[in-house]
Design a protein around this ligand. Structure first.
Ligand code: OFO
Length: 164
């Protein structure tokens, strides 16, 4: 079944969203580096890499379906943040936004009876549950440690151990 123009456009839009996510987390990594939080920086850089993989999943899928990938312009991500708690509040809010985008794509695939897209999007629906859970877990820890002190140093060490 051929990829509809409407679905192709929506998937191309999602490539942009995933690339912007990658760009945003890379900017957050740079902020963490400049704030002497190497563990947080490592976590954000790993997250940025994961978002690039998400973009490439859509990239590969459009090509596999005989569609055409059209890359779009990315906005400049924020460079300054108000500390680790603010960073993870923004991370969680961003992931909730992305979940909404994925759900819209899923609804479009249902409407179009595009079962191949549904199968891909099911993976993303599940992934978003994980993304939100991880961000809120770290945010909960930050609520306990606050933005400075021994607790934050320990959390920074913990985040340094995230695998790629
Ligand atoms: Fe691509 O999951 Fe986060 O944004």
């Amino acid at each position: 079944m051929e990829l509809s123009k409407k679905m192709q456009d929506a998937l191309n839009e999602q490539i942009k969203e995933e690339l912007f996510s990658s760009y945003l987390y890379l900017s957050m990594a740079a902020y963490c580096e400049s704030s002497n939080l190497p563990g947080f920086a490592h976590w954000m850089q790993a997250q940025s890499g994961e978002e690039l993989e998400h973009a490439m999943k859509f990239f590969g899928f459009i090509n596999d379906r005989g569609g055409r990938v059209i890359l779009q312009a990315l906005d400049q991500p924020a460079a300054e943040f108000g500390g680790p708690t603010d960073l993870f509040e923004k991370t969680l809010a961003h992931e909730q936004y992305i979940t909404g985008r994925i759900h819209k794509l899923y609804a479009l695939a249902v409407e179009e009876k595009d079962y191949a897209s549904l199968s891909l999007l099911q993976w993303f629906v599940d992934e978003q549950v994980e993304e939100e859970r991880t961000a809120s877990e770290i945010l909960e820890l930050l609520k306990m440690t606050g933005d400075k002190g021994q607790g934050l140093i320990m959390l920074d060490r913990q985040l340094a151990s995230r695998g790629e």
